[in-house]
Design a protein around this ligand. Structure first.
Ligand SMILES: Cc1cc2nc3c(=O)[nH]c(=O)nc-3n(C[C@H](O)[C@H](O)[C@H](O)COP(=O)(O)OP(=O)(O)OC[C@H]3O[C@@H](n4cnc5c(N)ncnc54)[C@H](O)[C@@H]3O)c2cc1C
Length: 488
C-alpha cells in the first residue's frame, strides 16, 4: 500500500471504524469484476458503511482527497457499473440493509440500499401482509433499491411500468456530503409518490451513482391476489408471440406476459450450448401470470385467455395450448427455477467461467419483429445460442428486448467476441429506436453521435453542479469533454 493510500485508509478508519475499511486481497479482488466481459479493475479500498453518517463521512473524505467513489451492493447489474476506476473506492452498501418501515395502508416500504429481494419477500410473509412486490429475474440476494435506481424491470412491469416508476421518493447523500429528501417525503411524513413537488427524484434515477448515494428509498408495493397461476404457451414463431403480447397487455386479463426463446428451455434442461432447434420445437415460450380474488374470477380470466388464443390460432398463429407451470415442474423439477420469484437462474450464472452479458433495451413494441430478426441473425453469426427475452411494459407503451449470452469469463477471446457481438446488437437496436438500459459505460461513446446535444449539455450541467470535483462514479455516463455545460 503506498503512502497516499495509507493516509486515506487512516482517515476512513478514523471516520467509520477500522472494521468497515477493507484492504485485504479478497475484498479488493471480489470488487474488481462482475459477470460481464468488462476488464477487471482493482480498487484501492472497499468501505462498508452501516449508517447514513458513515456514508456522509466517506463522501466528505473522498471529496477532500478527490478520490473516485463507486457504489456496489451485489455487483449483478450486468453492465460493469459497479467496477470502480482502478485505485478508486468501492462503497459496499450491503450492510445498510434495514427495512426501515412498511406502511401497509399506503402500500409503501422504506428501504435501505442493501435490502434484498429475498429479504423483503420474507418480511412481508413473516408479517402476514397481503402485499406483494414485483421481482426481476436477478438473483434473490441483489438489491431492491439498486434495481429501482437503475430503472430495471420485473414481473409487475407489464402493469406498473419499469421500476423507477415504483419509487415514491428517496433520501440521498449528495457529493458534498449533505443530505436531501425527494418526493412527497420532502414535505409529508408519508412517502406516497414522486410528486406533486418538482420531481427531483429523477436526478438520481438512471444516473448510476454519479449524482449521489441513495440511503433510503420509498418502494411501492401492491395487493397480493389470493389465487395465482403461471402458464407456459409454446409458440411456433416469434412474431405470433409478439402478437399475443400486444393483445394481452391491452386487456385486464394477465398480470404479466413475457417470452423466452427456445435455447432457454434447453439450457434449463442442462444442454450446454444449444445451437440447433429441433424439428417442431417451439421457437418461443410465452409465460403468462394470471390471478384472481377467487376461483370464479381466475376461471373467467383463464376462459377469456383461452378464447383469445383460439381466435389468434384461427387467424393462423402457431400457438399451442397453455401448460400450467406447476405441471411442467412435476415433469421436470428443473423448471422450478421459473416457478417462484425471486429466483436464481442457475443455468445462466452457475457454469464454468461464470460469464453473463447482454444487450438489454427498452423500445417500441411496434418494432419487436425487425429487432428480433436482426438480433437473432447477429447471434447466429457469432455461433451463440440466440437467447431472447421480451416483455411488454406499462400496458404496452413500450417493451423490453434483451439478447443474452453466457461465456467463459476466463477466456480473453471469448470476452472480446462477446463485446463485439453486443456492439453489433447495440447498433441494430439503436437503428430501430431501442434504448439500452443500465447503460454500460463502454456504450456511451457509441450513443453520443445520436444523443441530442442539448440533452448532453444539460446532463453535464447537472453533474457539474452536483459534483464539481467529479468524484462520483466517474466511469459512468462519462461526460463528453467536447461539450460544455449550459453556462460555459
Ligand atoms: C441472472 C440475472 C438476471 C437478471 N434479471 C434481471 C431482470 O429481470 N430485471 C432487471 O431489472 N435486472 C436484472 N438483472 C440485473 C441486476 O440483477 C439488477 O440490476 C440488480 O438489481 C442490481 O442489484 P445489485 O445489488 O447487484 O446492484 P449493483 O450491481 O451492486 O449496483 C449497480 C449500480 O447501481 C447504482 N446504485 C446501486 N445502489 C445505489 C445507491 N444506493 N445509490 C446510488 N447508486 C446506486 C450504482 O451505479 C451501482 O454501481 C439480472 C441479473 C442477473 C445476474
Amino acid at each position: 500500500m503506498n503512502t497516499a493510500i495509507s493516509k486515506i485508509v487512516g482517515e476512513l478508519e478514523a471516520a467509520i471504524g477500522a472494521r468497515a475499511v477493507l484492504t485485504d486481497d479478497d475484498a479488493l479482488s471480489s470488487a474488481s469484476y462482475d459477470y460481464t466481459e468488462e476488464p477487471a479493475r482493482r480498487p484501492s479500498v472497499v468501505v462498508r458503511p452501516t449508517s447514513v453518517e458513515d456514508v456522509q463521512a466517506i463522501v466528505r473524505t473522498a471529496a477532500r482527497e478527490r478520490l473516485a467513489l463507486t457504489v456496489r451492493v451485489a455487483g449483478s447489474n450486468v453492465g460493469g457499473l459497479a467496477i470502480a476506476p482502478s485505485g478508486g473506492i468501492v462503497v459496499d452498501l450491503s450492510a445498510m440493509n434495514r427495512i426501515v418501515a412498511i406502511n401497509e395502508a399506503d402500500m409503501v416500504a422504506i428501504l435501505e440500499p442493501g435490502v434484498t429481494w429475498e429479504q423483503l419477500k420474507a418480511r412481508l410473509e413473516h408479517d402476514g401482509l397481503a402485499l406483494r412486490l414485483g421481482y426481476p429475474l436477478s438473483p434473490p440476494d441483489t438489491s431492491v433499491v439498486a434495481n429501482c435506481l437503475l430503472d430495471g424491470l420485473g414481473n409487475l412491469s407489464m402493469r406498473h411500468g419499469s421500476m423507477a416508476d415504483w419509487i415514491g421518493g428517496l433520501e440521498v447523500v449528495l457529493p458534498d456530503g449533505s443530505l436531501a429528501r425527494t418526493g412527497a417525503g420532502a414535505l409529508s411524513d408519508v412517502w406516497f409518490g414522486r410528486g406533486p413537488l418538482p420531481d427531483l427524484t429523477g436526478l438520481f434515477v438512471n444516473w448510476q451513482g454519479t449524482t449521489g448515494i441513495v440511503t433510503k428509498l420509498a418502494f411501492q408495493l401492491w395487493p397480493t391476489p389470493p389465487l395465482r397461476q403461471r402458464l407456459f404457451v409454446p409458440v411456433g414463431h416469434r412474431d405470433d408471440a409478439f402478437n399475443v403480447m400486444r393483445a394481452l397487455c391491452r386487456r385486464p386479463l394477465a398480470d404479466d406476459v413475457g417470452a423466452l426463446s427456445w435455447p432457454t428451455g434447453k439450457m434449463v434442461l442442462g444442454v450446454d450450448k444449444p445451437l440447433v432447434r429441433d424439428d417442431g420445437e417451439p421457437e418461443l415460450f410465452l409465460y403468462v401470470d394470471m390471478s384472481g380474488e377467487n376461483g370464479a374470477e381466475l376461471a373467467l380470466r383463464r376462459g377469456l385467455l383461452d378464447q383469445m388464443l383460439a381466435n389468434l390460432r384461427q387467424a393462423g398463429a402457431r400457438l399451442e395450448a397453455p401448460l400450467e407451470l406447476s405441471r411442467l415442474v412435476k415433469l421436470s423439477p428443473r423448471f422450478a427455477e421459473l416457478a417462484e420469484f425471486p429466483t436464481r437462474l442457475s443455468f445462466l450464472v452457475d457454469h464454468p467461467g461464470g460469464g453473463l452479458s447482454w444487450l438489454g433495451t427498452y423500445g417500441p413494441m411496434s418494432r419487436f419483429e425487425p429487432f428480433a430478426d436482426a438480433g437473432v441473425a447477429i447471434m447466429r453469426r457469432y455461433e451463440t445460442p440466440p437467447i431472447l427475452v421480451s416483455r411488454p411494459m406499462k400496458g404496452g407503451h413500450f417493451g423490453v428486448m434483451r439478447f443474452i449470452t453466457r461465456f467463459d469469463r476466463r477466456d480473453a477471446d471469448a470476452r472480446q467476441r462477446v463485446r463485439e457481438m453486443i456492439g453489433e446488437l447495440l447498433e441494430a437496436g439503436l437503428d430501430l429506436g431501442f434504448v439500452p438500459y443500465k447503460t454500460p459505460p463502454w456504450m456511451i461513446p457509441r450513443l453520443r453521435p445520436r444523443l441530442d446535444a442539448g440533452f448532453q449539455r444539460l446532463m453535464n450541467t447537472v453533474r457539474q453542479a452536483l459534483d464539481p470535483s467529479g468524484i462520483m462514479a466517474p466511469h459512468c455516463w462519462p461526460p463528453d469533454p467536447a461539450l460544455a455545460t449550459l453556462d460555459g
